[in-house]
Design a protein around this ligand. Structure first.
Ligand SMILES: N[C@@H](CCC(=O)N[C@@H](CS)C(=O)NCC(=O)O)C(=O)O
Length: 256
């Protein structure tokens, strides 16, 4: 088990390997769930330190703070742990209620970005580079259908994903008028989730199979994602492309 040098201070801040902060994020560098939280912290201007977790050799810190799921991200705020990325985002927005406000004020829109909403389901099934992409695509072939399948089966799996994006794009147009096209407005929860999930599409295309392209993907969704890539904070948060391609190749092909 990996061990960190940890000091718990009286003011309930945590010192990790010499770095002290009230807010510590336990994360991995490639996880889009973790990227959501990092982007939210940056948008709100909240100072934080992070601990890089090795999921193949989970740390005592992670197991202590997330004993049930044993997953990243975990946000440790003044010694207290918050788990599950969407719960963390809600916590950040409520605790640091300075602008930008991340959750929609409108209760209907709020329901659309909540945990079991279509928006979340669509995205979690689309998560670029994640196994979670898969259940909705082609359950018969199990969890790696998009790459284990070849030829027609793969085309069908990709078409199903693209269809999901069409449903998603229409949902955004109906429920979030003004959201598309992207006009560099304040980033909110929806933008955080979409950008951290979808902006890595080129790495996924390169490592696994071409899913998103101007020819295939619903136009406004595609433009939205590409516009995100030009946003300075998003650019600063996304994982490095080459490293991500290498990781995706290892992850997907190793599990075959
Ligand atoms: N629903 C969780 C999912 C988090 C998740 O799946 N994290 C992955 C990394 S991307 C993890 O920690 N996996 C470790 C494991 O499954 O053992 C969230 O939104 O935070």
């Amino acid at each position: 088990m990996h061990q960190y040098q940890l000091i718990f201070h009286r003011d309930r801040s945590l010192e990790i390997e010499g770095k002290q902060s009230e807010v510590v994020l336990i994360r991995t560098w490639a996880s889009s769930y973790c990227k959501r939280v990092e982007l939210a912290l940056k948008l709100k201007g909240i100072p934080y330190e992070y601990v890089q977790e090795d999921l193949a050799n989970k740390s005592e810190l992670l197991l202590h703070h997330n004993p049930v799921h044993k997953k990243v991200p975990v946000l440790v705020h003044k010694g207290k742990a918050i788990v599950e990325s969407l719960v963390i985002l809600e916590y950040i927005d409520e605790h640091w209620n300075n602008s930008p406000i991340l959750l929609p004020i409108d209760p209907y829109q709020r329901s659309k970005v909540s945990r079991k909403s279509l928006c979340q389901i669509a995205l979690e099934n689309f998560v670029v580079g994640s196994r979670n992409v898969v259940p909705l695509i082609n359950t018969k072939e199990g969890t790696l259908s998009i790459i284990v399948s070849k030829g027609e089966a793969q085309e069908k799996a990709i078409e199903d994903m693209i269809e999901l994006l069409r449903v998603f794009e229409n949902g955004i147009k109906n429920d979030f008028p003004g959201k598309l096209p992207f006009d560099d407005q304040n980033l909110e929860l929806l933008d955080i989730i979409v950008s951290t999930n979808a902006c890595n599409y080129q790495a996924f295309n390169e490592a696994v199979a071409v899913v998103m392209s101007p020819e295939k993907t619903p136009t406004e969704f595609f433009l939205w994602v590409n516009a995100f890539k030009g946003h300075p904070l998003i650019k600063d948060t996304l994982p490095p492309h080459d490293k991500l391609v290498a990781k995706m190749k290892r992850k997907f092909f190793q599990s075959l």
